[in-house]
Design a binder for this molecule. Structure first.
Ligand code: ADE
Length: 252
């Protein structure tokens, strides 16, 4: 896969792109990531890329020409051009899954009051927000997108780092993990995990995954595709919760 990041601050990406799983995937040729400085496409003798907003008001707007030229320099036949902005569709694991099967994406990072809207209207395929808050620019959002996509690419994670059990992969939050020591400050590891009984461990993990999802993100359960056993487990969790609530009320 190829990812081109169009930014006014390419230096922000250096450590991120050279470190950990993303750095390894780049070194192994699983992904090619290029940072393209929009300023390099400015025709202005001082390399300015912004200008006043037509209609007045505070804040500067990034001019369309350097952005257009930067996009054209990166564009390939089958690529998706994505603008990072708080106005975009909300980024979710499902969107990461979709994007990870693209051959080539261009991530355009905005700044100041934004980019001249004619770029959005005519040269952008998708607009993504990483959440309902405003960042100073699209760079951190672009890193979030790159990180979440690269780890899904075949060969990016090794066996120990497999993503199939983790939160959101199957629409549920992940079960808890424990490591040595067996007793830490008097707190014990759940007995079943020490039993060596793999089917019991798997059952316990599924139960915990459903329980934590029910308690923290019940909205996810509406979308999750549960099989019959999982649905029965969920019913038990819900009934237990109701039972505990009645018990607690009776105690008061
Ligand atoms: N740029 C500024 N805020 C942003 C957000 N929430 N998501 C994506 N890009 C942004």
């Amino acid at each position: 896969m190829r990812i081109d990041i169009l930014t006014l601050f390419p230096e922000i990406f250096q450590n991120f792109l050279d470190t950990s799983i993303v750095g390894r995937a780049k070194n192994n040729g699983i992904v090619e990531v290029n940072c393209i400085n929009i300023r390099d496409f400015s025709k202005d003798k001082h390399k300015r890329v912004d200008d006043y907003s037509f209609g007045g008001g505070p804040g500067m707007v990034i001019s369309p020409e350097p952005v257009f030229n930067a996009i054209m320099s990166a564009k390939s036949e089958r690529c998706k051009t994505i603008y990072l902005s708080p106005k975009g569709r909300t980024y979710k694991q499902q969107v990461a899954n979709e994007l990870s099967s693209e051959e080539h994406i261009i991530l355009l990072c905005g700044h100041y009051e934004g980019i001249d809207n004619r770029i959005m209207e005519n040269y952008i395929d998708d607009e993504i927000s990483i959440g309902d808050y405003v960042l100073t620019g699209g760079e951190i959002a672009a890193m979030v997108v790159v990180d979440s996509i690269v780890r899904l690419l075949p060969g990016a994670l090794n066996n120990q780092e497999s993503f199939t059990d983790e939160s959101h992969y199957n629409g549920l939050l992940e079960y808890p993990h424990y490591t040595r020591p067996r007793i830490f400050n008097g707190f014990e590891v759940p007995e079943v995990l020490l039993s060596g009984n793999h089917s019991k461990i798997e059952e316990w993990r599924k139960y915990q995954s459903l329980k934590v999802t029910y308690e923290r993100r019940p909205d996810l359960l509406k979308e999750a595709k549960l099989n019959k056993t999982e649905q029965e487990m969920l019913n038990t969790i819900i009934n237990n919760k109701n039972f505990n609530q009645i018990e607690n009320k009776n105690k008061l």
